[in-house]
Design a protein around this ligand. Structure first.
Ligand code: ADP
Ligand code: MG
Length: 485
């Protein structure tokens, strides 16, 4: 059994549903707000009363174009909607409006990077627009299932990858890259716990040397990164064991049970859904013009991928620093502003990835609540670089005061606290005298050839100056004194 795992290549394709953060629903003006009182955003249109007609929310198309541009997709000019018919208690219309034949985006790609920064492109088959169903709740009442239709009609983008993901690790990387993108674009909050990003995983295995893909199973509705990884790993193992024991994998839809960590059959291919797709007769086609795309292009924010490349290639930052800084748009924007005021990129990256991040982590807050503006951190960095203050003084004395005195610039704090480094020769010479007087026996040792003692005297002067002496000047004065005597 040991080698059997190595014989196989897992193949995974993901289908991600991203709930769009528009104000209103996809085809009505009902609010799309999450977490409101159940069944409070359900006009006659959401409830599909006879005679009601859908009307497309243009913002949904704007969001689709944004994601299309961000994933280097081809954007479909002529878009029609289709009805996907099925019966379910939380689907008042009896169908979802979706796109069937011509998705709004196709042939895009997303680049993932592993821990060592090695890149891999994952292709996207399509991204299409659809509306969400309502929510059935089976655990709220001992007797009955309850239905909340607030979610019915909320817009979604369904993102379908090519079968180019080869491990649970890669699936995880892809999903977090996709979530980052959705958040940078501000089109979906990416919150898996609240269900605003959900994932189905198609999983198969094949012998490494085989060209042809194996039979896949589809695990539905995975709602956390942990569950996605566990479900994929469980399925790979289950399929390998099936094949190794002379059985075959059946094409079926499965669900993942987080408690047992196992997947169970929901329905087999024989019972496959027939959605009886047909073009939605109540909506006219949406024509996406070149001007429309250009207009969206102009509103595109800097994306994590471009920023990462800039930080690594132009700023010379490490893979790790670039990843940490681009993790969220807010941190990246903070860093972008910081480097507008200092060109010491490495130092700026250090302040953000170490000092700022640890403050945020400690208090469990986002950077929008961080009390120190980028301009002030930049001034601090520049003061260190211009040898006005030492690193130590900056970190241990000035920075803590910047956290509590939002109104003050670091330069003001340094002056008020009398912390500016000094190379005033008169003052420094006094301190050198003191340091030398303190260790008369060491002077002899120095003169007898123990030159390393220079550091002791320099250190003593630094201490006497409370870290404010400019180290180069001290070094020079101490040397003059010792050699001259
Ligand atoms: P369907 O329309 O039946 O859902 P698609 O061709 O649209 O089928 O594929 C759905 C998802 O399944 C895609 O993410 C695709 O990459 C993935 N997929 C297709 N074949 C396989 C396979 N043999 N193994 C793993 N994933 C697969
Ligand atoms: Mg499918």
């Amino acid at each position: 059994m040991e080698n059997s795992i190595d014989k196989y290549q897992p193949v995974i394709g993901l289908e991600i549903h991203a709930q769009l953060s528009t104000k209103s629903k996809a085809f009505s003006s009902d609010s799309a707000e999450y977490g409101e009182l159940p069944n409070s955003h359900i006009s006659a249109i959401t409830l599909a009363h006879p005679g009601t007609l859908p009307r497309l929310n243009k913002e949904v198309v704007n969001f689709a174009i944004k994601l299309g541009l961000a994933t280097h997709s081809e954007i479909n000019k002529y878009n029609i909607f289709a009805r996907k018919n099925y019966f379910y208690p939380d689907l008042p219309k009896g169908y979802q409006i979706s796109q069937h034949t011509g998705p709004v985006c196709s042939n895009g790609s997303v680049t993932i990077k592993n821990k060592s920064g090695v890149k891999k492109q994952i292709g996207l088959i399509r991204i299409h627009i659809e509306e969400d169903a309502g929510k059935s709740m089976h655990d709220q009442d001992p007797e009955d299932s309850l239905v909340d239709l607030n979610r019915a009609g909320v817009p979604l983008l369904e993102i379908v990858t090519k079968p180019e993901i080869y491990s649970s690790e890669e699936a995880h990387l892809f999903l977090s890259e996709m979530r980052k993108l959705l958040r940078y674009l501000e089109i979906c909050d990416g919150n898996m716990e609240e269900g605003s990003m959900r994932c189905d995983a198609n999983i198969s295995i094949k012998k490494k040397e085989d060209e042809k893909l194996g039979t896949r199973t589809e695990v539905k509705n995975l709602n956390s990164f942990k569950n996605i990884r566990s479900a994929i790993e469980y399925e790979i193992q289950r399929q390998i064991e099936l094949i190794e024991s002379g059985n075959r994998v059946k094409q079926e839809t499965r669900r993942f049970d987080a408690h047992s960590g196992k997947t169970f059959v929901l329905r087999s291919k024989e019972q496959a859904d027939d959605y009886r797709y047909f073009p939605e007769p109540d909506l006219s086609p949406v024509v996406i013009s070149a001007e429309w795309i250009e207009q969206i292009q102009r509103q595109m924010p800097g994306l994590p991928e471009e920023l990462y490349e800039k930080y690594v290639n132009q700023f010379g930052l490490s893979h790790y620093d670039a990843v940490v800084i681009t993790e969220t748009k807010e941190i990246a924007l903070y860093f972008e502003e910081l480097v507008m005021h200092t060109s010491n990129y490495k130092s700026a990256a250090n302040w953000v990835t170490v000092t700022v991040k640890s403050y945020l982590n400690e208090l469990g807050i986002g950077i929008h609540e961080y009390p120190v503006s980028p301009v002030k951190i930049a001034e601090l960095i520049n003061m260190i670089d211009n040898q006005l203050i030492s690193n130590h003084i900056a970190e241990k004395q000035i920075y803590p005061l910047m956290l509590t005195h939002k109104e003050k610039m670091p330069g003001d704090i340094a002056k008020e606290m009398n912390l500016l480094q000094t190379n005033d020769t008169g003052l420094l010479n006094e301190l050198v005298e003191k340091a030398i007087e303190k260790y008369p026996e060491k002077i002899l040792e120095y003169k007898n050839g123990k030159k390393g003692l220079l550091g002791l005297f320099v250190g003593e002067v630094m201490k006497l100056s409370k870290g404010k002496a400019e180290p180069k000047a001290v070094n020079r004065l101490v040397l003059e004194k010792l050699e001259g005597n």
